[in-house]
Ligand binder design. Sequence first.
Ligand code: PLP
Length: 462
Amino acid sequence: MASTTLSLASGASAISNSKPKIRFSGSSNVGHLLRKERNSPLFTTLSTGRKTMAVAVNVSRFESIPMAPPDPILGVSEAFKADTNSAKLNLGVGAYRTEELQPYVLNVVKKAETLMLERGENKEYLPIEGLAAFNKVTAELLFGADNPVVQQGKVATIQGLSGTGSLRLAGAFIERYFPGAKVLLSSPSWGNHKNIFNDSRVPWSEYRYYDPKTVGLDFDGMISDIKDAPEGSFILLHGCAHNPTGIDPTPEQWEKIADVIQEKNHIPFFDVAYQGFASGSLDADASSVRLFTARGMELFVAQSYSKNLGLYAERIGALNVVSSSADAAARVKSQLKRLARPMYSNPPIHGARIVANVVGDPVLFNEWKEEMELMAGRIKNVRQKLFDSLSAKDKSGKDWSFILRQIGMFSFTGLNKAQSDNMTDKWHVYMTKDGRISLAGLSLAKCEYLADAIIDSFHNVS
Ligand SMILES: Cc1ncc(COP(=O)(O)O)c(C=O)c1O
């Protein structure tokens, strides 16, 4: 039914002998549309003797809008919810679960929230760039507090709507200030990267990353594609725990990647969604970004606290742009604020305060590191148990050790779409169709069941 409201002009009753005057609330376009609809077969006329009134039925302004496909990652959770089988497993979305497969709120987060209540903090608007205390600690956590780029004010940091919002803001900045410049994404990459740059109207292409033959990194392909990209391209790199493959370059490979990016005058653009979650160490997981920064390169880094602080729904992250001078950083920041203002005005405060309280307080910071090691440790344990179960159960001689070489939340199983479909249809294991499973959603108790499902899908489905 059309959402347009029809109201009778004052003084006119619904049934009157005089012709009712119909006033269209809203713009004159609405009146125009309705006049068109009156000639449509969907528009009927009610007649009561001489009293006539037009009523629109079953007409929607949105008739021509097609149904969007479900999101390939978040759609998996919707399908999981609808499944009533008790053996079901949700390995789709990258969200940490306890050994009992329950969502987990970190103790340090609860403590930080208690502090906020005790202090009676208000809910006034934040400035466009976000909470100053958050922006300070987030840049320090990423680059290191003693990093010269931080000390010399060369980093423009702006609080973002988690990792996604920070990437999107960077997309808007690239579109405005580097028109025509390309972003190069790894093949494969986190599915939303393409959406983000499509919607930002930033052209993108892909560089080789995953080698299905070795279930490892196609390093030569990666280097050659980065070399071939037009000079001054943005090279999107996963700072650690590459999603979806779980395959990261070695420190020596990072050096070579930095070499070719510098040679081609490209701009590195790091996506850091798993700092601390990959290895259990915040510093080790930031080493790729710090290696590039130490070379004096200008670069972008989008940060997220969804995984490492379990703040998925708080939408807290940041965009950091490292410039070669403090003056350039100040100008970049002013333009990022200008882009943010008409998009969402200013960011939410709750998650920013949690991060500022945890990272800015030495006691809570140490407790966070311990909890993060526990989370990363649980994932490493299920990774090992899954490998052990696959190796013990699969009598074909297939080498499953690639699973142990992967890092972070995910494992890229090498299962194709038909095999991934079998995992869901036959075994009730929900995962993305590219063969990625989130080990953060797996318990030790379910490893054997999952191994059976993988072995069946791998050997019995082509
Ligand atoms: C590589 C990568 N980047 C960014 C994100 C963004 O997550 P969020 O917007 O929740 O911070 C994710 C989440 O899965 C991711 O895997």
